[in-house]
Structures are given as structure tokens and as C-alpha cells.
Design a protein around this ligand. Structure first.
Ligand code: NAP
Length: 480
């Protein structure tokens, strides 16, 4: 296997290109430099987009069987180099090797589903004769590719979230330019290598590395870009929307996810699921469990089991198979979380376990008695911190769950089907998981939020709908 990771190259329109300025990619565990990647300039971005314009024509002309072959080929390549992909994720990001290995498996699935969905991009016939005067017309609609797609991705799933952009874009015959998070560009470059190896025609895909603050505007404002698919934080998302102009926009943003545990739930199962959901990837997970509302009668028992399970977590070296949780993505991010917890404690919150920082590591932290006006209660923490609240009943839990400005996913643990249905109907979110925490997703399901959690849906079939337009065709038949 050839690798392009060393040597400061980015993947522009099928070529591996270096640039004068570089960016150091660091391992958040010990801040050591693990690689250098190019810091693309605005000029690089504009050149890349000119190539992508040509790529759009090439991508649209690829027959479906060829798209499928290339995407399956990229998935095969990842399968073959599974360990290398996992090691890179566990070096550049916060993830432990176990978490990284799982992400690689999911990225393979994301691509395989994309290849399969390519053959299901269909249209419908339209009964034009429903409209008086149109009896002599017949027709149909089909879906066609949108053209050039700009994809901007975050650090927390540096491979699979990029696969969620590239897979459906190619499946639906589009060209795509990906700008991965500056702190985790290596996994995205490896994915470009997989597509190049699989025979994707040049110009259809670019992975351009550089700071969003420097090259982001050139990408999102470019008239050739017909769609922006962004996954990241609210602040960057809002900036992009305000600048993008008349383009399709898909926004996968953050959340402050609630889980409700009713008294008839299997407590052990709920604890296990919520602990994992709160501390997966050191809590840097858009679906992460942030607020848990537990019925009063079982609150004490739930709380003690939750703290006991949390304290068993093994924190340490990301490359060790034994480690449950690694560091946050940077010391700066860990300090941000520490400040949020300190603010809550000053206002009366109680730390049941955790609350300590060492460099980029922040211990898994369980809080209770958190006043509702604290930032940890209202905003997205995006760190290993979870809040426990006793509630009187489901109605109260629903009101509290909906009281924040986010709505990605929510979980409810209960054996009562009526309670489950009530929660499904009343929770203001994009997905409700019954007897799972908010942190459950498969790559084929529709995924996205309401309120500040985003616009549009991902999940391959749903991304393909966003990445295509419909064209109506109508034949007026002679002499009828
Ligand atoms: P972020 O700071 O918003 O960055 C995300 C991406 O946007 C990065 O590639 C970043 O580039 C780029 N960017 C920043 N400012 C930009 C601008 N003005 N123009 C164009 N691009 C710009 O987010 P993050 O810290 O990497 O990720 C964490 C966030 O992502 C959390 O809020 C999390 O909830 C959210 N997320 C959502 C989902 C979902 O599916 N709903 C999934 C995962 C994560 P640089 O790296 O160069 O700054």
C-alpha cells in the first residue's frame, strides 16, 4: 500500500498536491506532531473548484454500475487496510482504538449502503389526466445530480462522517469537494486514497486541507457550488448559512440530548446504555447523552448504579484495547468543559464523580442538582459530562426535554407502550429511541435534527434526496 500521509499532500481532482504552508496534525493525548498536511490557500480552493466543475460532468456521466463498482472498491480498500484506518483515527482524534475500529466498520457500511442506493435513485410516473384539459398528456419525473457539492466535516468522526458525504454524492452522480476538520485531516485523506485506488475518475473528488476561517468563504460562496453539506457546530453553521447565497443547504449540527428513564424500565440496561452514550468519544458526540430524567421512585438507585459504572471506566492510552475513554480533542477544549462545570458548581450543582482535568483529559463527570439556567443545562457540552435529574412523571420529563434550543435525538426507557407512544409524539426531536439512549444510530436511517440541531436529513437514501433534483417530463400526445 502506498501512503500519501507523509509528504504534505492533499487530494485535488485526482492529484496529490503539496503547498508552501503546512498544518501540524497533533495527537491530543500528548500533543506530539504526527503528521503535516498542506494549509490550502484561497487560490488552491478556487483552482480545486474549477476542476470540480469539470468533475460534475464526469460524475453525472458515470453509469450507475460504474459508480457502484467504485464505491464498493473503496469499501474493499478500507476493509483490506482496516487496522491502518483505525490506528490513524485513534492517533489524530480523541477516539480509543476500540472506538476507532468501530468507526472504520461503520464507514465500510456507509459506503456499501451508498453503492446499493445508487441503483434505487428512481422517479415516478405522473397521472397528468387528473387535471381537466390534460387528458392527452403523459409523463414522469426522475432525479438528476445537483452538480458540485461542498462538504465540510467535524473532528469527532473523522472517517465515517466524511464517508457520509462522499458515498451518497458519488452514488448520485455528483462531484464533491471535502474540507475536513483541520485537527483531523488524515482519515479523510486516507479515504480519498481509497477512492483513488478504486478507480474514481479524476476531478470527481477533492479533499482539500486548510483552515475553515481562511478557505471556508471561498468554498461556500462559490457560484459553482450547488449544495453545501455541513456537519459541525452551530456557530460555524450559522456563519456558513449567512454567506452561502442561493444554494441547497444541509446542516447537521449539535445537540443537548435528553434521555427519560421511567420507573418500569430495566435500570441496569438503562445505566449501561446511558453511561456509554454519555462518555463515547469522551462525550464529543452530537448524539451524546447530556441530560437524564429519571422517575423519582428509582432515582437514587439509578444514580448510585450510574456513578458506580462510571467509576469503572478505564481512562488512558487511546491505542490500548483496554481503554474506555481517551482525552478530549485538545487541552483548550478540556478547559472549556472544566469552566462549564465550574460555573454549574458555583450555581449549586453537585459533582457526584469526576470534575477533574489533566491536560486534554477530563474525567467522566456526573452532575446533579444543576440549575436549569446553567450553560451545561442549556447548551451543548460536547464533553464527558452528564446531568441527572429526578422527575415526577413523563409529562414533566417531556416539558424539560423540550426546554432547550436543540432537538437531534432523545431516548426513553420504559416497558409501557402508551408512555413510549406519548414520548414519541411529544418530544421535539429528529429521532426517538425506545429502550436505547439518544446515542444510537445506524447509517441507513434518516438522521438530523430540529431547532438548532440542523436542517435536512442524512442517512444515505435521505442524503441522496438532498443531493439530487427532480426533473419533470411531460409528453403531449398528438390527436387525442
Ligand atoms: P466546528 O468547529 O463547527 O467545525 C466543523 C467544520 O467546519 C471544520 O471543518 C471547520 O474547519 C469548519 N469551519 C469552521 N468555521 C468555518 C467557516 N467559517 N466556513 C467554513 N468552514 C468552517 O465543529 P467541530 O468542533 O469540528 O465539531 C463539533 C461539532 O460538530 C459539535 O457541535 C457536534 O455536535 C457537531 N456534530 C454534529 C453531527 C451531526 O450529525 N448532527 C455529527 C458530528 C458532530 P476548521 O477545522 O478548519 O476550523
Amino acid at each position: 500500500m502506498t501512503t500519501h500521509l507523509k509528504g504534505q499532500k492533499m487530494f485535488i481532482a485526482g492529484e496529490w498536491i503539496s503547498s508552501e504552508k503546512t498544518i501540524e496534525v497533533r495527537n491530543p493525548q500528548d500533543n506530539t506532531i504526527i503528521d503535516l498536511v498542506p494549509a490550502a490557500t484561497v487560490e488552491d480552493m478556487l483552482n480545486c473548484l474549477e476542476e470540480a466543475k469539470k468533475g460534475a460532468g464526469i460524475a453525472a456521466a458515470m453509469p450507475v454500475h460504474q459508480r457502484m463498482k467504485v464505491i464498493h472498491g473503496a469499501a474493499d480498500y478500507i476493509e483490506e487496510h482496516h487496522k491502518k484506518f483505525a490506528r490513524i483515527i485513534a492517533m489524530e482524534s480523541s477516539k480509543t482504538i476500540r472506538e476507532a475500529t468501530k468507526e472504520v466498520g461503520r464507514a465500510i457500511q456507509t459506503l456499501r449502503i451508498s453503492a446499493e442506493e445508487a441503483r434505487r435513485i428512481t422517479g415516478e410516473t405522473i397521472p397528468f389526466d387528473q387535471s381537466p384539459g390534460s387528458e392527452s398528456r403523459i409523463g414522469y419525473f426522475y432525479r438528476f445530480p445537483i452538480g458540485v457539492i461542498a462538504a465540510i466535516t467535524p473532528f469527532n468522526d473523522p472517517l465515517n462522517l466524511v464517508a457520509h458525504k462522499i458515498g451518497p454524492a458519488i452514488a448520485s452522480g455528483n462531484a464533491i469537494v471535502v474540507k475536513p476538520a483541520t485537527v483531523t485531516p488524515l482519515s479523510a485523506l486516507l479515504l480519498a486514497e481509497a477512492f483513488s485506488f478504486a478507480g474514481l475518475p479524476a476531478k470527481v473528488l477533492s479533499v482539500i486541507t486548510g483552515h475553515g476561517s481562511e478557505i471556508g468563504d471561498a468554498l461556500v460562496t462559490h457560484p459553482a457550488v450547488r449544495m453545501i453539506t455541513f456537519t459541525g457546530g452551530l456557530e460555524a453553521g450559522e456563519k456558513i448559512v449567512s454567506k452561502a447565497g442561493l444554494k441547497k443547504i444541509s446542516m447537521e449540527l449539535g445537540s443537548n440530548s435528553p434521555v427519560i428513564v421511567l420507573e418500569d424500565a430495566d435500570i441496569e440496561d438503562a445505566v449501561e446504555s446511558c453511561v456509554s452514550g454519555a462518555f463515547w468519544a469522551a462525550g464529543q458526540n452530537c448524539l451524546g447523552v447530556q441530560r437524564i430524567y429519571v422517575e423519582k421512585s428509582i432515582f437514587k438507585s439509578f444514580q448510585s448504579q450510574f456513578v458506580e459504572r462510571t467509576e469503572k471506566y478505564i481512562i488512558g492510552d487511546k491505542q490500548s484495547e483496554l481503554t474506555d475513554m481517551g482525552p478530549m480533542i485538545s487541552e483548550k477544549e478540556a478547559i472549556r468543559v472544566e469552566n462549564l462545570v465550574d460555573e454549574a458548581v458555583e450555581k449549586g450543582a453537585v459533582i457526584l464523580t469526576g470534575g477533574e482535568r489533566n491536560g486534554a483529559y477530563y474525567l467522566p463527570t456526573v452532575l446533579t442538582d444543576v440549575p436549569k439556567d446553567c450553560k451545561v443545562a442549556q447548551e451543548e457540552i460536547f464533553g464527558p459530562v452528564v446531568l441527572l435529574y429526578p422527575i415526577a412523571d413523563l409529562d414533566e420529563a417531556i416539558v424539560l426535554s423540550n426546554s432547550v434550543n436543540y432537538g437531534l435525538q432523545a431516548g426513553i426507557f420504559t416497558k409501557n407502550i402508551d408512555m413510549a407512544h406519548k414520548a414519541i409524539a411529544k418530544l421535539d426531536v429528529g429521532g426517538v429511541l425506545v429502550n436505547d439512549s439518544s446515542d444510537y444510530r445506524i447509517d441507513a436511517m434518516p438522521f438530523g435534527g430540529v431547532k438548532n440541531s440542523g436542517l435536512g436529513r442524512e442517512g444515505i437514501k435521505f442524503s441522496i434526496q438532498e443531493m439530487t433534483e427532480t426533473k419533470v417530463v411531460c409528453f403531449k400526445l398528438p390527436g387525442q
